[in-house]
Ligand binder design. Structure first.
Ligand SMILES: [Zn+2]
Length: 485
């Protein structure tokens, strides 16, 4: 067997001010054929798992390029087309192949392309024969369009949010692919449109129970190969935005459709109940200061670079300053200009610095402080599950009892190791202010005395009923109360 694999992924917040070109991929991951490192990034596990599987089966794995950019705004047309055409050229050179196994995200939008994955997959399908297996692993924060469903045999999405299972789901993807190539099964997709958009953290109820139920069904239901909730991505203004339920069966489409509908309607019935309650910045800081012991983690949930925002909002930091908080460490605020100034000044320097809140309205005001540059680190990185997430050249600055880590590559606060990377012991601080919606939970909950979810400013379009969509459907919940009427 000859299997082609490649990855092309980013998550596009079409409302984000951060335009994306090739440099954004180079800053995160841009590996040529065969150059992908041994550890996977979020959307490239099909390549690393594929190496193991093909070695075990004695099959030939032909690796194409693998590119991932951290979530941000619209991708430049030329950048997308160049990367797409590189992969298509590699596939063309690799044929004949028996299967194409891709790592995608599913919410990539480029200038002129509302559905990059649909475009890529249909071009892949046009190159290979109709009987060649085409499949992909994707992030559930994506748009499951009719075009991409028509071009592929099956998809497997991460089930967990935080996405701790991206390697496990790549194994599911390959298990199904191997059994298909051996002629044991024929995967078929059934999709149910839930006519809603919401945010679905799986670390708490009711979504925890729902995902556990999917995992149980996958083991117990005959002819069921895989179940996925495609959460959808409310910051992507595209025509097919919304939550979908996907069932992959062994050639049992009627059964798959019934199951997808039953589960999809169950999900709809729980709409609006998935997110943790959030407080405003004043309540968050007051509660953190009142806590008997630290570290209290305050999550700035909507200024999450993982959702494509800049990650430079200062609303919460300004509130910490206003309430005279000390013993607080902020990780991170994105400001490459301020980082550059800190590097020029050097460790130990005391300088007047303006930082933060330069990218977009509703993210607060820049902070002006006389700061001490405590530590400078080139190419800093933090852990994220089994992999590492780079956050660029970084500076630890200090003023009035508050430590701030300024970074130059946008990254959400995945893990407390972002502090240790700069020499700060996160367990020694009373308050840790971080930027992440949900991915932080697994690692930070291990050291936190308490976690406070805070909605500060308006850096992200997190209220779909109020968002000024031009392309997304206006006939789904919560834009309308009853989308079934
Ligand atoms: Zn995601």
């Amino acid at each position: 067997m000859r299997v082609f694999t490649a990855a092309l992924a980013t998550e596009t917040n079409t409302f984000s001010p951060i335009a994306v070109d090739i440099r954004a991929f180079e800053a995160s991951l841009h590996a040529g054929p065969g150059e992908h490192p041994a550890t996977p990034t979020l959307c490239t596990a099909p390549i690393t798992v594929g190496r193991e599987v093909c070695a075990r089966e004695g099959w030939t794995l032909i690796e194409g390029s693998a590119s991932w950019a951290d979530p941000a705004g619209l991708v430049a047309r030329q950048t997308y087309e160049d990367m797409r055409d590189a992969i298509l050229g590699q596939l063309q050179a690799a044929i004949p192949v028996d299967a194409v196994v891709l790592g995608l995200h599913g919410a990539m939008v480029a200038q002129g392309y509302d559905d990059c994955e649909g475009d890529l997959l249909s071009r892949v399908r046009a190159i290979v024969c109709p009987d060649v297996l085409v499949c992909a692993e994707l992030d559930p924060h994506s748009h499951l369009t009719a075009k991409r469903a028509a071009a592929a045999d099956f998809f497997v999405y991460f089930k967990e949010f935080p996405h701790t299972d991206f390697v496990d789901r790549a194994r599911d993807l390959w298990d199904i692919a191997v059994r298909t190539l051996k002629g044991e099964i024929k995967p078929v997709m059934s999709i149910f449109d839930c006519r809603m958009i919401d945010v679905f953290p799986t670390s708490k109820q009711p979504m925890r129970g729902f995902v556990d139920k999917l995992l149980t069904l996958e083991k117990s239901e005959p002819d069921l190969l895989s179940l996925s909730v495609v959460h959808g991505f409310m910051a992507g203004d595209v025509p097919e935005m919304g939550t979908k339920l996907l069932a992959v069966t062994n050639n049992a489409p009627a059964k798959g459709a019934a199951l997808a509908e039953t589960l999809g309607r169950e999900l709809f019935a729980m709409r609006g109940t998935f997110m943790v309650a959030q407080v405003d910045e004043q309540t968050a800081v007051t509660a953190a200061l009142a806590a008997p012991k630290g570290p209290v983690v305050i999550a700035d949930v909507w200024d999450n670079p993982g959702g494509g925002t800049a990650g430079d909002a200062t609303v919460l930091l300004a509130e910490l300053i206003r309430q005279n908080a000390t013993d607080a460490a902020v990780g991170t605020i994105w400001d490459p200009i301020a980082v550059q100034i800190c590097f020029a000044a050097g460790e130990g320097a005391e300088i007047q610095l303006r930082f933060g809140a330069k990218s977009a309205p509703h993210t607060g005001q820049p902070i002006d402080k006389r700061v001490t540059v405590r530590k400078l680190v080139r190419d800093a990185q933090m852990r994220f599950g089994e992999s590492f997430a780079p956050f660029g050249d970084a500076a630890w600055i200090h003023f009035d009892g508050i430590d701030v880590i300024l970074n130059s590559t946008r990254a959400q606060s995945f893990d407390p190791s972002l502090y240790s990377a700069l020499g700060i012991d996160p367990t020694s601080r009373k308050i840790l202010l971080i930027k992440s919606t949900n991915h932080f939970y697994d690692s930070f909950s291990k050291i936190a005395s308490e976690i406070i979810y805070c909605s500060a400013g308006k850096p992200y379009p997190n209220r779909p009923a109020e968002t000024d969509y031009r392309k997304a459907p206006k006939t789904i919940w919560p834009m309308v109360e009853n989308p079934w009427g």
